[in-house]
Design a protein around this ligand. Structure first.
Ligand code: TXA
Ligand code: MG
Length: 318
């Protein structure tokens, strides 16, 4: 079935329309500070099934639940003292906490993939917050792209991948962070996915080094599938001298002559914000059967999230 995907402005009528669409069990893509999410009512099996259908995503991946405030989060998940401290420090913002689920909250089992835990986050983007308030319930929202493809950081990216497959897109401009949220399991703390909150900031708060989790062979997280975030072109990493025919995606001031640069100044925040758009641009420049060569990016702060996404973009395709 082909839908006519509405492009909505984030003003009062646009938000009211988006909330009504969600209330009818349909899907609305909306901006968050990380990437655009494909939102559906987290309490509705039908709406959540539509998310999987629209993305063409394998069913075994649980989704993140987005809430408008901490009280709503506490109604859905059990917060111990450490979870409260993390929420106080990093919410609203790009941190997802995996916490024990309160079954009485009525979250669809499709959202949690039947697990006893739920991944939950309070986004900082004002349009995401306004939508959550207007809808008045929790939204399940993976990134708003076809499964395995590059995540969207602009409304136009969403339309490229999902037009005709979803009811509406709320256009909130470009996403400021540009990589997905950091996913953290607790008791004990385990970094399931590097993301918009640098691991170092979490380690400073909990006062201990973070164990890394996540196993490409046993994906509990879609971001953990080896090949993910994949552009059409082949991707080669750590390249300081590109070969003829490669589109060179640079980072920092040493990449004079790069076709594109994630951040000419070598700023990791800027590089994260532009990463997915730059991958799309490089893909366009490379053309069908083209090749993209990416300059080295330091493995600190947001560089860990950037390199994680780049490694998946470069991984062998299924
Ligand atoms: O920045 C983001 O997090 C974006 C925006 C839209 O909020 N959302 C996003 O969602 O990246 P998604 O569905 O692409 O990623 C959800 C991640 C998956 O890797 C999933 O396996 C993990 O959260 N996850 C969800 N529930 C989990 C659980 N109970 N235990 C462990 N991992 C879980
Ligand atoms: Mg995704």
């Amino acid at each position: 079935m082909t839908l006519k995907t509405e492009i909505l402005q984030p003003d009062a009528p646009g938000l009211a329309r988006a909330a009504a669409v969600l209330g009818a069990g349909e899907l609305v893509a909306f901006p968050t500070e990380t990437v655009y999410g494909l939102g559906g009512d987290a309490r509705s099996d039908m709406a959540v099934a539509r998310i999987f259908e629209a993305k063409g995503r394998p069913r075994f991946n649980p989704l993140i639940v987005h809430v408008p405030d901490l009280d709503t989060a506490r109604q859905i998940a059990v917060f111990d003292a450490q979870a409260e401290r993390l929420a106080a420090a990093f919410w609203p913002g790009p941190l997802t906490l995996v916490l024990p689920l309160r079954p009485e909250a009525g979250i669809s089992a499709l959202v949690t993939a039947g697990l006893k835990t739920v991944a939950i986050r309070l986004p900082a983007h004002p349009v995401a917050q306004a939508l959550l308030r207007a809808f008045g319930g929790p939204l399940a929202a993976p990134s708003a792209n076809p499964s395995g493809k590059v995540s969207p950081t602009r409304a136009a990216h969403v339309a490229e991948g999902l037009a005709g497959r979803i009811a509406a897109v709320l256009d909130g401009g470009a996403c400021a962070v540009g990589v997905e949220s950091t996913i953290l399991a607790l008791s004990p703390p385990i970094l399931l996915r590097p993301g918009g909150v640098p691991a170092e900031a979490i380690e400073a708060l909990i006062g201990a080094p973070l164990a890394a989790g996540g196993d490409a062979a046993k994906p509990s997280a879609p971001g953990q599938l080896a090949s993910h975030y994949a552009p059409g072109a082949a991707v080669r990493l750590g390249v300081t001298r590109p070969e003829a025919g490669e589109v060179w995606l640079g980072f920092g001031p040493d990449c004079a002559g790069a076709d594109l640069n994630l951040s000419p100044a070598g700023d990791l925040v800027e590089a994260a914000a532009t990463l997915f758009h730059a991958l799309r641009e490089a893909d366009r420049l490379a053309g069908p059967a083209g090749r993209i060569a990416v300059a080295p990016v330091p493995e600190t702060g947001l560089g860990r999230a950037i390199n994680d996404r780049l490694r998946r973009a470069a991984a062998p395709r299924p």
